[in-house]
Design a protein around this ligand. Structure first.
Ligand code: NAD
Ligand code: USQ
Length: 404
């Protein structure tokens, strides 16, 4: 196998970059509970962006120090927190690695909303600068530290484009016949649909370079859209609650539909809703990260790429299914984005299945759990945050605003 599980020493010392975020927080708690030694690094920029947009998590999230204190009280376990901006504070990052000597880094610390990355010149430039320089700093810092640290990066299914290659999307690489007739394996062509998604394509080239040049071990997880909010760990205490993004920029589609149905407002399908996307539940995000951590690629192996997805679903099917169960209405809006109106999507997740993942798929109980969380905190919803406010081009803005 291409993986190198180490049954003697499965507990890792892990730096979680972006550990205050939607995926990073529950993953940090999960890893801590599973006996790994976790250090969170975050510059809290996601909380600042909420302030900038005049919105906030639907669930009332505590400041990071209160979160960590609650985790200590409830479980007796320590998680350290260090406020470092991985894009701006390079030397602090190198010093931290040299001091803590982690086995692995999980890299969540990027601006992750496609709509925010298309909002305007400032947000476009911020997303490119933050994500590309941040990722490069992480790789450069590992080499600088002289340590053999395995990087697990959260990438996206969106690097492949949707249904552009035809057939099942493989895991990262495709077999090709090179000019001259030689057989080869190359990175799957990149076809991003937003500047955010473009940063993940550019990250992939940096991983390939540092792997080839410096022998860095990298696992790149091409994750689908995450849904759900709580996990067994975040449910242990109200102060540990995970964030729930519902606004037009950061709210992802299934959670938005569940929030909209809980609040009795129309479900916002963009375009025909023929877009087919890959999905994964937040509980499986946590499981997948641990599987990736304890199964690092062998030394000398190319960048390992796994598709972190459970299933593929069509947006209008999701909306109609939720509306029919809850008596809600579906509103078909002009699409604020530039994307194929209809696409098929078939994705391989063979490697995670080999590693033992039996993924959660759309489950009535879990859908209902998210709806109930949305209903519980519905008083916190700002109605004017719900509609899309970022447009891929100005023509679309006009269409969206003039549509009844
Ligand atoms: P998030 O915005 O909730 O969390 C990202 C965290 O990183 C935030 O806490 C933010 O403050 C921090 N951060 C950003 N830039 C930083 C910097 N320069 N220095 C230090 N910290 C920084 O996002 P998320 O939903 O948790 O996503 C995490 C990762 O997973 C992202 O890279 C995203 O691309 C990927 N991903 C997310 C989803 C999803 O549906 N949420 C799906 C696929 C992939
Ligand atoms: N959509 C709607 N209505 C809405 C919101 C979205 O129809 O109210 C549609 C969008 O047009 C799009 C699809 O639903 O076709 C998915 O949109 P999304 O906002 O849920 O997800 P996306 O922009 O793709 O980004 C999210 C995360 C990102 C991650 C990506 C995984 O924010 O960090 O990388 O999912 S993936 O989509 O597989 O690339």
């Amino acid at each position: 196998s291409q993986f190198q599980p180490d049954p003697q020493d499965r507990r890792k010392k892990v730096v979680v970059l972006g550990g205050d975020g939607f995926c990073g927080w529950p993953t940090s708690l999960y890893l801590s509970e599973r006996g790994h030694d976790v250090i969170i690094v975050d510059n809290l920029s996601r909380r600042d962006i909420d302030n900038e947009l005049g919105t906030s998590s639907l669930t009332p999230i505590e400041p990071i120090d209160k979160r960590l204190q609650a985790w200590k009280e409830v479980t007796g376990r320590d998680i350290k927190f260090v406020n470092i901006d991985v894009k701006q504070h390079y030397q602090e990052l190198v010093d931290l690695l040299k001091k803590e000597k982690p086995d692995s880094i999980v890299h969540f610390a990027e601006q992750r909303a496609a709509p925010y990355s298309m909002k305007g010149a400032r947000q476009k430039r911020y997303t490119i600068d933050n994500n590309i320089s941040g990722t490069h700093n992480v790789l450069c810092a590992i080499v600088d530290s002289g340590l053999d640290i395995h990087v697990v990066h959260l990438g996206t299914m969106g690097v492949y484009g949707y249904g552009t290659s035809g057939g099942e999307i493989p895991e990262g690489y495709i077999d090709v016949i090179l000019p001259g007739g030689r057989e080869g394996k190359i990175l799957h062509p990149a076809y991003p649909g937003s500047l955010y998604h473009a940063t993940k394509c550019l990250d992939a080239l940096l991983f390939q370079f540092y792997n080839k040049n410096d022998g860095l071990r990298v696992t790149d997880l091409h994750q689908g859209i995450v849904w759900g909010t709580n996990t067994d760990q975040t449910l242990k205490d109200e102060r540990l609650v995970n964030r729930f993004d519902y606004d037009g920029d950061y709210g992802t589609v299934l959670n938005r539909f569940l929030m909209q149905s809980a609040l009795g407002i129309p479900l916002t399908v963009y375009g025909t809703g023929g877009q087919t996307r890959a999905f994964i539940h937040i509980r499986d995000t946590c499981r997948c990260i641990e599987l990736a951590l304890i199964n690092p690629p062998k030394h000398g192996q190319p960048v390992e790429i796994l598709n972190q997805v459970a299933e593929t679903l069509r947006v209008r099917d999701l909306a109609e299914m939720i509306a029919s169960k809850t008596g809600g209405r579906v509103a078909y809006l002009a699409n604020p984005r530039q994307e194929a109106p209809e696409n098929e999507l078939e994705v391989s997740n063979r490697k995670f299945r080999i590693l033992g993942l039996d993924p959660i798929t759309l489950d009535e109980g879990l859908l209902e759990e998210v709806r109930q969380i949305a209903a519980k905190y519905s008083h916190r919803c700002k109605a004017d945050s719900v509609m899309p406010k970022s447009f891929w081009n100005t023509r679309r803005a006009v269409d969206c605003l003039t549509q009844p």
